[in-house]
Design a binder for this molecule. Structure first.
Ligand code: GLN
Length: 220
């Protein structure tokens, strides 16, 4: 899915990879296509509206095994809004329909009653201290599960559910968020984490100091 220009995240990953001296190529895996976990180092899963999610919810079941294996083996993932919801156990849409996720991550998403969270969000990652900025627009309310920690603590806005001050999720090398669209352009620290995780996994014995030395943040 790619509702709000989410594929811009791939452009940011390519731009940053280039600065690191790394060549990154990309490919779309669409409806009806197989996902081969051995073929990719990074997966970007964009956001979507309920209608698109109802289609993808069915299709992604055919990719469940491959995606789960990819994630469990430390593959890097960036998942946004509707994509974040479908990596979890289920999503209940605005009309009450329950859409199956793939349960690769343990969170679940219930519905709000006639309400959406819309507006700017600021969060802080409690491990790195990094602050991330985004824009949220979702009716689903997500509750994290086993092995997941939030991408950040909500400083402004609503985040996962408007209740527990969490926003997004991190599980192994998977980064999930309700931030919309090309979020890595505004939060390139996350792009760097994703690339470094992917490089460390792909080249465990390589000297990655050149890649590590590339500056992100306000100097990006
Ligand atoms: N359709 C979902 C919701 O409303 C996800 C929206 C999105 O991807 N921004 O919660």
């Amino acid at each position: 899915m790619n509702t709000y220009g989410d594929l811009g995240n791939i452009l940011v990953l390519k731009y940053l990879a280039n600065k690191m001296g790394v060549k990154l190529t990309s490919e779309v895996v669409s409806l009806g296509q197989d996902f081969d976990p051995d073929k990719f180092d990074i997966v970007v899963f964009g956001g979507g509206q309920d209608f698109e999610q109802s289609i993808v919810s069915k299709d992604i079941q055919t990719k469940k095994k491959g995606l789960t294996q990819f994630i469990e083996n430390g593959g890097s993932v960036v998942a946004i809004c509707g994509g974040y919801q479908l990596l979890g156990r289920y999503y209940i849409g605005a009309n009450g329909e329950k859409l199956a996720g793939i349960g690769a991550l343990d969170h679940y998403t219930d519905k709000q009653k006639d309400h959406r969270f819309i507006g700017n969000v600021v969060i802080q990652n409690e491990e790195t201290g990094e602050k991330y900025h985004g824009f949220e627009n979702h009716q689903g309310i997500t509750f994290l599960g086993k092995g997941e920690r939030p991408l950040g603590k909500v400083l402004e806005g609503h985040g996962n559910n408007g209740q527990d001050h969490t926003e997004g999720a991190i599980y192994k090398n998977v980064y999930c968020t309700y931030f919309h669209g090309p979020i890595l352009a505004r939060n390139n620290e996350i792009a760097k984490h994703v690339l470094m995780n992917a490089l460390e996994r792909k080249y465990p014995n390589a000297d990655l100091s050149q890649a590590q030395s590339v500056k992100v943040g306000s100097t990006f």
